[in-house]
Write a protein of this length. Structure first.
Length: 132
């Protein structure tokens, strides 16, 4: 697919890193307002939601698929889904026991993890272009 659009793996890594950095900044700077949580409200857990699906995730999967191969990427994606699904499915229980301030703290921590992944992608892309 990358060859069809004449996109190098390094360019995809850099673009994915930039996009991941944007989402990390949005996560870190967002101010969540406490509101009533309804059963089945999956948006209550801001920890995993931005990482599950989206253009940033797709670019990361493409890069990892090229680096580690499609089978390893597929297995890793399945493991991530298997871990995220119960958390999202029962988010109302998690919210009830942890509370909004703890979840907001976890979301801020996850934004740092996402930013770290973004930096790794950027460094990898720049090294591939022999800039670093």
């Amino acid at each position: 697919m990358l060859k069809a659009f004449n996109i190098s793996l390094e360019a995809l890594r850099i673009a994915g890193g930039v996009l991941l950095m944007i989402i990390a900044a949005e996560m870190l700077l967002s101010k969540e307002k406490p509101e009533e949580v309804r059963r089945g409200d999956f948006a209550v857990v801001p920890i995993a939601t931005p990482l599950i699906v989206g253009p940033r995730t797709m670019s990361t999967l493409i890069v990892y698929s090229r680096i580690y191969g499609p089978l390893v990427t597929l297995v890793g994606s399945y493991i991530a889904f298997a871990m995220a699904y119960p958390l999202l499915r029962y988010s109302y229980i998690v919210f009830r026991y942890l509370g909004s301030s703890v979840l907001q703290g976890l979301a801020k921590f996850m934004s740092i993890v996402v930013a770290s992944i973004a930096v790794e992608l950027l460094i990898s892309g720049l090294r591939g272009l022999t800039v670093l």
